[in-house]
Write a protein that binds this ligand. Structure first.
Ligand SMILES: [Zn+2]
Length: 132
């Protein structure tokens, strides 16, 4: 996808869409055809919103092929109003992350793939309303 197209889709991308299982109530992101918890296909799409709080995080210092220049990677579990999202934090140093930190979705360029394709993906950044 081109950057221009991504920019037009930004609001849709940032309004994270996940699924909610009608059988067990589990919410999941990104959307899947079946519930990852109980395998029910009785799932519907829900909006997870575009901001939330860090409930858990981990820092990856071991390079993953293709991501060597993006280390350290800060991976966080973010709780939004409607569910939880496992995501990469951007524009924040590992030592600056804390449980309860307010974050918001943003669209960022990801590592170029082997065939030269530059994907844009949703990551989370420190919320601009944070006063820290
Ligand atoms: Zn389920």
């Amino acid at each position: 996808m081109s950057f221009q197209r991504i920019w037009r889709l930004k609001d849709i991308l940032l309004n994270l869409v996940g699924i909610k299982c009608s059988d067990c109530g589990y919410t999941s992101y990104p959307p899947k055809a079946a519930c990852p918890k109980c395998s029910s296909r009785n799932v519907s799409r829900i909006s997870l919103g575009s901001s939330g709080k860090v409930v858990s995080y981990t820092v990856i210092n071991v390079p993953i092929e293709g991501f060597e220049n993006m280390l350290p990677l800060v991976i966080a579990l973010v709780e939004t109003d409607n569910g939880r999202v496992l995501t990469q934090l951007t524009n924040v140093k590992p030592e600056e992350v804390y449980i309860g930190m307010e974050v918001e979705a943003t669209v960022r360029r990801s590592a170029t793939t082997l065939d030269g394709y530059v994907p844009y993906i949703v990551k989370f950044k420190r919320s601009s309303t944070n006063n820290a």
